[in-house]
Write a protein that binds this ligand. Structure first.
Ligand SMILES: [Zn+2]
Length: 452
């Protein structure tokens, strides 16, 4: 059946880097030519399910060597940029993307870009670099905010202290999406080195607020600041061998259960709000939204993400709340989901007539599918073929800024120089080799886009 329970990507990274193991921590100032003594990858460490590099070919995987752009890709510089960005805690909320402004500016300035800053709210800085003046334009959009690190004891290394081991950089944001920014910078550098007089315009964007909906980020840039390009590359989803051309819609529903407060010693005088909510949540396990949807998507998902209620053990709770995250393919509507929840609430009320629920929608986006024949996806595919990189095209339940751009009329390629299963988890890491391969892959994409 299409229903899939949400599974937290559980990656037993602690088995890979034991806490006793000596790790080389390289967190020096960003210097373009800084040299790092990278620990050499050892085979057992690379053969991890999260390491897409290892999945394609365990060792000696350097397809970028088939490209003349590769000689402009400087791994040490990439590592230095990622490390410096990760050291600045831009957990959103609150964001504080301004902390990355200087580093990003330095990168853009070194490429001779024209740089602009946009802030819808103080401290929530978007940095936009632009190079070239031709009509054809393309944007690289990465984001500077990161999700919270979560439980610290799940991390083997401090999340905001980049740690280099086994050819990887560990830390919150190393992949999502600071590694992607370093990669996009490296692309612009390689491409403009080979084509200093290209006829077109490239935007390199370090956006704010992606992790909580982009209202202060790409939506603001496109809708209020007049930033515009024909197509985009979004290094923020998928995997080295997987590009994402469609994204499900999101629907966040909050269910509130109302009761009557009373003293914990006299529960018969009140009405407990938690119990009917618990019953409703138990009912949700068998929620069925059917299979009438666009099968370019793999189905719908549901995650009961939060539950809150009560104020103390000795008080009958008068209010309890749960929030649920649905990811919906085209063909399953919000109304359908709300009606299905309502039917479950009716079942609870049939057994407990005093149960009282209300529902509200906290957030929603529409599903979208990009045209696989669009010029940017074709250019990307050509580039992958040229490098001999296997590439699949799929849809997923995540939302990237590609969705915002799609509804603004801009088609994107979504692809990670890494693996999106490693985003938002403890011990997030990026494989340095993959940032280098991504640099060349996207530079080749630019070449196809501007010259073919
Ligand atoms: Zn991201």
């Amino acid at each position: 059946m299409p229903f899939k329970t949400s599974t937290t990507a559980r990656l037993a990274l602690h088995t890979l880097i034991g806490s006793n193991e000596a790790l080389s921590t390289k967190t020096r100032e960003f210097m373009p030519n800084a040299k790092y003594n990278l620990t050499l990858p050892n085979k057992s460490k690379l053969e991890h399910p999260g390491a897409s590099l290892a999945r394609i070919a365990p060792r000696q995987y350097h397809p970028e060597m088939n490209s003349r752009f590769s000689r402009h890709v400087d791994r040490d510089e990439i590592v230095a940029i990622v490390s410096e960005l990760v050291r600045h805690d831009t957990t959103n909320p609150p964001g504080n993307e301004h902390l990355c402004k200087e580093i990003v500016t330095k990168c853009m300035r070194s490429l001779g870009m024209e740089i602009s800053y946009y802030e819808k709210e103080p401290g929530r800085t978007n940095v936009v670099g632009r190079i070239g003046s031709g009509d054809r334009s393309i944007g690289f959009v990465s984001h500077m905010d990161v999700v919270p690190p979560g439980e610290r004891d799940q991390w083997n290394t401090p999340p905001f202290e980049p740690t280099i081991a086994a050819g990887r950089i560990y830390g919150r944001g190393t992949l999502d999406d600071k590694g992607s920014f370093a990669c996009a910078y490296s692309v612009c550098k390689a491409f403009t080195a080979e084509h200093p007089d290209f006829d077109g315009t490239i935007y390199l964007i370090a956006a704010a607020d992606e992790e909580t909906g982009s209202e202060l980020g790409i939506i603001y840039l496109v809708e209020e600041c007049g930033i515009r390009f024909d197509v985009a590359i979004i290094p923020d989803g998928g995997r080295m061998d997987l590009s994402i051309y469609g994204e499900k819609g999101i629907l966040w529903v909050e269910i509130t259960s109302l009761g009557i407060q009373a003293h914990g010693s006299t529960p018969e005088l009140g009405r407990n709000a938690i119990i009917p909510l618990a019953e409703l949540i138990a009912q949700m396990k068998s929620l069925d939204l059917g299979a009438q949807y666009d099968h370019a998507f793999d189905g719908w998902t549901m995650n009961i993400g939060t539950i809150q209620g009560g104020s103390s053990a000795n008080t009958v709770p008068s209010r309890a709340r749960a929030t649920i995250d649905f990811r919906l393919p085209a063909g399953i509507t919000k109304e359908q989901v709300l009606a299905a929840i309502d039917a479950k609430a009716s079942l609870v009320r049939a057994a407990s007539p005093q149960a009282e629920f209300s529902m509200s929608v906290l957030h929603e986006t529409e599903p979208h599918l990009s045209d696989k024949n669009s010029v940017i996806i074709r250019s990307f595919d050509q580039a992958a073929r040229r490098l001999g990189l296997p590439m699949k095209y799929e849809t997923f339940g995540g939302n990237t800024v590609a969705k915002n751009l799609f509804f603004a009329g801009i088609t994107s390629v979504v692809h990670y120089p890494g693996d999106d299963k490693l985003a938002h988890v403890p011990n997030e890491f990026v494989i340095i080799d993959e940032l280098a391969v991504g640099s060349v892959l996207y530079a080749e994409t630019l070449e196809s886009y501007f010259f073919d």
